[in-house]
Design a protein around this ligand. Structure first.
Ligand code: SF4
Length: 156
């Protein structure tokens, strides 16, 4: 952790000293939030959502972003990992992605339109963009457990 902190500090220094723009690719969502001016979430090679970190983390509009945030470990031994909301299913092959929205085979909000039409990236707020036919509204939470069984039963 201390090496990680040193490297992140070094990157921040370089950014300020040389006026650089850095593209930081990571799966550690806490680190991403701390180092980013703008966050882009990708699934199977496509951008799902782009926006300021505070907006993305407080009010995600794309179901995949919401599922990622729900999967952040909780530092509480009383909370069992298996009981926490999680995204089921396997990531489809990038060689033969699903038709329409690439996330639809794992998305609890998927509907027929999602299979026939790929969602475009459209504005969702100040500096916030999302590619989803049925995005979450402000403050809306994604229901993961329960609805996933139906999503997983859908053919790819
Ligand atoms: S377009 Fe449909 S399948 Fe894709 S993320 Fe939105 S609701 Fe889910």
């Amino acid at each position: 952790m201390s090496v990680q902190a040193q490297i992140l500090n070094l990157l921040e220094d370089m950014k300020a000293r040389y006026g650089l723009t850095l593209v930081f690719i990571a799966h550690d969502l806490a680190v991403v939030k701390n180092v980013s001016d703008r966050v882009a979430v990708m699934y199977l090679g496509k951008i799902c959502e782009v926006g300021p970190p505070d907006t993305i983390y407080k009010s995600p509009a794309h179901p995949y972003t919401a599922a990622l945030l729900a999967a952040i470990p909780v530092p509480d031994p009383a909370v069992k990992a298996a009981e926490r909301p999680h995204l089921g299913g396997e990531i489809p092959s990038p060689i033969a992605p699903p038709s329409g929205c690439r996330f639809r085979t794992r998305c609890p909000r998927a509907q027929e339109l999602c299979a026939s039409q790929e969602p475009e990236v459209v504005p969702s707020g100040e500096g916030h963009f999302v590619a989803c036919h049925f995005p979450l509204g402000p403050g809306e939470t994604l229901s993961l457990n329960g609805s996933l069984a139906a999503a997983e039963a859908e053919p790819a």
